[in-house]
Ligand binder design. Structure first.
Ligand SMILES: *[C@@H]1O[C@H](CO)[C@@H](O)[C@H](O)[C@H]1NC(C)=O
Ligand SMILES: *[C@@H]1O[C@H](CO)[C@@H](O)[C@H](O)[C@H]1NC(C)=O
Length: 511
C-alpha cells in the first residue's frame, strides 16, 4: 500500500514520467519477491537442515565456508583474502586484482604471527583462530613469507590456498624446525586444493634443494611481479645544490647516474664502489641516494642506476624496469667472478650455492641475468668499462635510452604473462570451489578441528561419544586429547587431509 501510494504521488509530481507502465512493473516486482520468497523456502526446510547438520555436536568449534552457490551460478568472482606483510607484494596484488576485477581483502600476518612460526605455535594459532582465517574468504593467497600459512596447512584448512612464494619459502624457520616444516610442505604439495606460485625462477630450485617435493605442474607456476609501485609521486628535484632552478636540476639528474647505498655495509656499493668513485674523482657523475630515494620514477630520471644484485630478484628491478629505469650491473662473467672471490663480508649475496650448483646455467634462475631481462641492463665487464660509462655522457645516454626501450618492452611482455597466468589460476581455483558447494560439502570442508590426538578415529557422521564433550567452558588448560572434534565427516573425493597431516602434527606438538 505504501508502495502504491508512493507510486501515485510520484506519478502526480511527474517523477516517474519515463515509466508509463510503472504500476505493472511494481506489481511484477511484488510478484517476483513473493515467488523468490517461496522458492527460498526450500532452503528453510527443517528436514533438510537436520539431515545436514544433525550430526554435529561440537557447536563451539563449528564454522563453515560461505555458501557461494549463487556466485558460482552467476559467474560472480569469488572473494579472496591476500595475506602479506610486504608492501611491494601488496602493490603488485592491488594491480593484479584490479585487472581481474576480483573482490579481495588484505590481511597482514605481521600484526599477529611471528616470523617463521614453529610447529607448536602454528598449532596454537590454528586452535584459537584457525576457523576465522580459514573461512574468511573463498580463496586464500599467502604471499611474502610462506610460514605464515603454516597454521592453516598444518591444521588442514580445506579452503583453496595459493602459496605465492616470493622470498625463500622457509624464511626465518629455525634449523631445528626445518625438517618438520619441509615434510609438511611436501605433504601439502599433494593436496589438490593447494596451488603454488613462485614469483621468480629461483624459488622452485631453492625448495627442491631443501627437499620439498613440489606439486605437479598443473598446480605450480612461475608468475613474476607486474612491477607496480604505489609510492606517492616523488617531488621533482629541487634546485638546492646548484641553484639555477628546477629545469636545471632535472637536467642535472638526467646526466648523473644514480646509486642507492644499501643500509648494510657489506654490500659491494659500500665496500668497494663508493670508495672507488672517491679515489678516482668520479663522484660528480653520480647521484648517491640512501634508503628512501623516492621509488622507481626517481630512478628512471637518471642516466642509469648502479646496482649490484644481492638477491636473485628484487621488486626494485621489476618496478624500475616498468618505470623506465635502466640498471647498470656487472656482466654475468664479472658477477660470477666477484661472488667467487669476495666473501660475504665484502659482497652480500643471498645465493652463493646457486652459482656452485649451476655453474653454467645459473642466469636461468636469477632474474637480474635471466634471458628475459638481461638485455635491458647496461653490463660492464670491468672497472674500465664502468668508468667509461660514467664519464662518456653522450655515448652512455644513447645506450641508456636504447636499454630503456628494451626494458619497458620486456616488462610489458612479462606483465601480460603474469596477468594471464593469474587469470587462468583464479579461474581454475574458482572452479574447484564451485565444484563443492552443496551444504554437505561445505559442512565437511568446514570441519575445523581443534588440535587433538585421535582425529583419524572420527570419520563418520554418527554422533560419537568422543565428540560429545563440548568445551564451551574451556578453562584454558591446554587441549584435551581427543575430546574436541566435530562430528562432521571428513571430505570424500578431492579431499583434504586434515586427519593425517594436520592433526598429527598439531597433536604431537601440543602433547
Ligand atoms: C525438504 O528436504 C527433504 C530432504 O532433502 C526433501 O525430501 C523434501 O522434499 C523437502 N521438502 C520441501 C517442502 O522442499
Ligand atoms: C615455538 O615458538 C614459541 C614462540 O616463539 C616458543 O615459545 C616455543 O618454545 C617454540 N617451540 C619449540 C618447540 O621450539
Amino acid at each position: 500500500m505504501v508502495w502504491q501510494r508512493h507510486h501515485f504521488m510520484a506519478t502526480r509530481t511527474g517523477r516517474l514520467h519515463f515509466y508509463p507502465c510503472g504500476p505493472l512493473i511494481l506489481y511484477s516486482l511484488l510478484l517476483y519477491a513473493f515467488l523468490t520468497k517461496a522458492s527460498n523456502d526450500s532452503y528453510l526446510n527443517d528436514t533438510a537442515l537436520r539431515l545436514n547438520y544433525g550430526g554435529i555436536t561440537n557447536w563451539a568449534h563449528f564454522s563453515t565456508p560461505a555458501d557461494v552457490r549463487a556466485q558460482c551460478a552467476d559467474g560472480i568472482p569469488l572473494r579472496i583474502a591476500y595475506f602479506t606483510r610486504h608492501t611491494g607484494t601488496l602493490w603488485d596484488w592491488i594491480a593484479i586484482a584490479a585487472h581481474l576485477h576480483v573482490p579481495w581483502t588484505r590481511v597482514n600476518p605481521g600484526l599477529f604471527l611471528q616470523y617463521g612460526i614453529n610447529a607448536s605455535s602454528a598449532a596454537r594459532v590454528w586452535h584459537d583462530v584457525g576457523h576465522v582465517i580459514c573461512h574468511m574468504a573463498d580463496i586464500l593467497i599467502f604471499s611474502d613469507t610462506i610460514p605464515d600459512a603454516r597454521p592453516l596447512l598444518q591444521g588442514g584448512c580445506q579452503t583453496p590456498i595459493v602459496l605465492q612464494v616470493t622470498n625463500r619459502f622457509d624464511f626465518e624457520v629455525l634449523p631445528s624446525d626445518l625438517p618438520s616444516y619441509v615434510a609438511l610442505l611436501s605433504e601439502v604439495a599433494r593436496r589438490p586444493h593447494v596451488w603454488w606460485v613462485s614469483n621468480n625462477p629461483y624459488e622452485e630450485e631453492y625448495m627442491v634443494r631443501r627437499g620439498v617435493k613440489l606439486p605437479p605442474a598443473e598446480r605450480r607456476m612461475m608468475l613474476r611481479p607486474v612491477g607496480t609501485c604505489l609510492l606517492p609521486d616523488a617531488a621533482p628535484p629541487t634546485s638546492g645544490e646548484g641553484g639555477g632552478g628546477d629545469a636545471a636540476a632535472v637536467a642535472d639528474a638526467t646526466i648523473r647516474v644514480a646509486m642507492i647505498l644499501p643500509p648494510y655495509s657489506r654490500h659491494l656499493e659500500n665496500t668497494f664502489i663508493m670508495p672507488w668513485l672517491l679515489r678516482h674523482g668520479l663522484t660528480a657523475h653520480v647521484q648517491v641516494y640512501r634508503q628512501h630515494y623516492g621509488g622507481p620514477s626517481v630512478l628512471a630520471r637518471h642516466r642509469g642506476v648502479i646496482t649490484v644484485p644481492y638477491q636473485t630478484s628484487v621488486m626494485k628491478m621489476y618496478e624500475g624496469l616498468a618505470a623506465g629505469a635502466v640498471f647498470v650491473i656487472p656482466s654475468p662473467e664479472l658477477f660470477a667472478t666477484l661472488v667467487r672471490e669476495l666473501d660475504l663480508h665484502r659482497m652480500s649475496f643471498c645465493c652463493r650455492d646457486l652459482l656452485r650448483n649451476h655453474p653454467d646455467d645459473w642466469p636461468q634462475f636469477m632474474d637480474w641475468y635471466h634471458p628475459d631481462f638481461v638485455s635491458a641492463h647496461v653490463l660492464y665487464d670491468n672497472l674500465k668499462d664502468l668508468k667509461r660509462f660514467l664519464t662518456d655522457h653522450a655515448w652512455s645516454s644513447q645506450l641508456v635510452s636504447e636499454r630503456r626501450r628494451i626494458g619497458t618492452a620486456a616488462m610489458a611482455a612479462s606483465r601480460e604473462r603474469t596477468l594471464d597466468g593469474y587469470g587462468h589460476l583464479l579461474r581454475a581455483v574458482s572452479q574447484q570451489v564451485c565444484a563443492a558447494t552443496t551444504p554437505e560439502q561445505l559442512r565437511a570442508r568446514g570441519a575445523v578441528f581443534r588440535a587433538g590426538k585421535s582425529l583419524s578415529s572420527l570419520s563418520s557422521l554418527s554422533p560419537s561419544p568422543l565428540a560429545a564433550a563440548d568445551d564451551d567452558d574451556d578453562n584454558g588448560g591446554g587441549v584435551p586429547n581427543g575430546l574436541t572434534l566435530l562430528a562432521a565427516g571428513v571430505e570424500g573425493s578431492g579431499g583434504g587431509r586434515s586427519g593425517s597431516g594436520g592433526g598429527g602434527g598439531g597433536g604431537e606438538a601440543l602433547a
